[in-house]
Design a protein. Structure first.
Length: 275
């Protein structure tokens, strides 16, 4: 395995060499950002489709991006792939003292206790390096909006700023959603200046409250919305195919006909799921 990894590092260096690939040679950390994001999402897509055969290939493409950035760092003298791996190994051991620093006879921790200790260790690391001590630090602003909202809420929850995670607490979260819906209605009914900004703000509050409900229901809001979008896409494309079989297009149909096609697509999807 080490030999194969070394081979990959050497291949990446060759691609960046003066006699290497012109496209690879001109890339920078900045120019590679969209490719890093794209490869990460392609990994997520294969996981969602449960395509384990394709997953190893997509993980390889993601690894390529890491090697690419490491090679650029090595050329600039800022860091190497060896430093990346060394820092990762140290971090894994430092943040898992219950595994790598466990003493004989010590009681095992459950998952919640491990997570709590993990956050304590991260907070101590930030303090040692002079970083800010806000519990919200470390959540990247570049995360997808739903995922970032989820992480921010989870961080705030750790210091007790949360409803109780009970049935009563879930009901309170749902009541908050109903409140936000009312405020969106009020904003859309207004005719004052700045209405659109107000609608956007109230709609944002509604989305934030929905993400909070997902957290209480132990649902990943990002995954849930991606799944809903995928289902809509599949059903809509089935509607297009059904219309084409009858020699028509969707835009030539009435709303009642479109609704009938939609319901049929949903029914067919349900039958396939049962099989």
């Amino acid at each position: 395995m080490s030999e194969r990894f070394d081979e990959l590092v050497q291949l990446m260096a060759k691609l960046r060499a003066p006699d290497g690939c012109p496209w690879d040679r001109k890339q920078t950390h900045e120019s590679l950002k969209p490719y890093l994001l794209e490869e990460a999402y392609e990994v997520l897509d294969t996981i969602d489709r449960q395509d384990t055969g394709k997953l190893s290939e997509e993980l390889g493409d993601l690894l390529l991006q890491i090697l690419f950035h490491a090679q650029i760092g090595a050329e600039a003298g800022t860091f190497t792939i060896e430093e990346v791996m060394h820092q990762l190994a140290e971090k894994l051991m430092r943040r898992h003292p219950h595994v790598f620093g466990k003493t004989e006879g010590e009681d095992p921790l459950n998952a919640d206790q491990v997570y709590f200790k993990w956050e304590q260790i991260k907070r101590a690391e930030r303090k040692r390096t002079g970083g800010a001590e806000s519990v919200l630090d470390g959540v990247p602003q570049t995360l997808p909006a739903l995922l970032r909202a989820f992480q921010i809420q989870a961080r705030a929850s750790r210091v007790g700023f949360d409803w109780p995670h009970t049935r009563e607490g879930t009901d309170q979260v749902m009541s908050k959603i109903e409140e936000e819906v009312r405020e969106v209605r009020q904003a859309t009914a207004s005719s004052t200046s700045g209405t659109q900004r107000c609608i956007e703000a109230e709609f944002g509050d509604l989305l934030f409250a929905l993400v909070n409900l997902a957290r209480f229901l132990k649902v990943n809001a990002e995954d849930a919305l991606r799944g809903a979008t995928n289902r809509f896409t599949k059903r809509f494309q089935q509607m297009e195919a059904e219309a084409a079989r009858s020699g028509r297009t969707l835009d030539s149909m009435s709303l009642a006909e479109l609704d009938a096609l939609w319901e049929n697509a949903k029914q067919q999807e349900g039958l396939k799921t049962e099989v």
